[in-house]
Design a protein around this ligand. Structure first.
Ligand code: ADP
Ligand code: MG
Length: 254
């Protein structure tokens, strides 16, 4: 619908690295309950945007609200608790922890290489049962249940992407941001990932994802935001974006 109900509103967010302006977003809104694609050439600032908005990097200036509340300056796990989680372009599954322990770690909305399974269990205490049940449900849904005792390092690249998505859902977020969830994933698993993304939207969650495959983008997105050199150069419905000359130039001229 045309009704505006943004879950995320970004204003004047800037981040430079040395002399390079990586992100310079004047205004950006993500509408609740949509699948929104963030697209743009390599180096456009997509991952940096995710890092900034989810508290994994610091802005030089700017502000943003999630669910109407300012989350400027909050760290990753605080942002996760507020209901906004993200996955990474390079998966962060902890290779020497079991799949199930990776999920339990997700319940905290943060990761740490030095945390072992014993530590996790001591931290969780009474919460453990609830978290374990939720983890097993998600592993079932993502068809990783048979792998729960395997080390995450033994999973295929595609299965790790699924694990990362499942783990991000441990805190029951209202918005999930996926950074190239389909990269390096075999075609069968791509279909499965697409199915999971659309189901999340159909359950009322908001999805913001970075992707390069135009067929995938056009196929599942409700809205597309195009970033080039850190700036939003266009946004609109898939049919508008497909025929937008600026977008074609940004991709083909890169
Ligand atoms: P995208 O995800 O769209 O490919 P990135 O956000 O990764 O783009 O990068 C945007 C720009 O910022 C690139 O030029 C990249 O080299 C630069 N960049 C990103 N992170 C850093 C960093 N930590 N230090 C220096 N430059 C960075
Ligand atoms: Mg990136």
């Amino acid at each position: 619908s045309a009704k505006s109900d943004p879950i995320l509103v970004v204003d004047g967010v800037k981040r430079s690295f040395g002399g390079l302006t990586a992100v310079d977003v004047e205004h950006l809104e993500v509408q609740r309950g949509t699948i929104t694609a963030l697209i743009g050439p390599n180096g456009a600032g997509k991952s940096t945007c995710f890092n900034l908005l989810t508290g994994f990097d610091r802005v030089d200036s700017g502000r943003w609200t999630f669910e109407g509340r300012s989350i400027n300056g909050k760290r990753g796990h605080q942002v996760a608790r507020a209901g906004m989680v993200r996955t990474f372009q390079l998966t962060k599954a902890l290779t020497r922890l079991s799949v199930l322990d990776n999920m339990l770690l997700g319940a905290q909305g943060q990761t740490g290489e030095r945390m072992g399974g014993a530590f996790l269990r001591s931290v969780w205490g009474r919460q453990e049962k609830v978290n374990t049940e939720r983890a097993l449900d998600l592993l079932e849904r993502f068809k990783l249940i048979d792998k729960r005792r395997d080390m995450a390092g033994a999973l295929s690249g595609g299965q790790r992407k699924l694990l990362e998505m499942a783990r991000a859902l441990m805190t029951d977020p209202s918005m999930i941001m996926l950074d190239e969830p389909m990269a390096g994933v075999n075609p069968a698993l791509v279909q499965s990932l697409l199915h999971h993304i659309t189901s999340l939207r159909d359950e009322g969650k908001t999805v913001l994802f970075v992707e390069h495959d135009m067929d995938v983008i056009m196929g599942i997105s409700d809205w597309i935001v195009v970033l080039a050199q850190g700036r939003v150069i266009a946004e609109g419905r898939p049919s508008d974006i497909r025929s937008n000359q600026q977008v074609i130039d940004a991709y083909l001229g890169a």
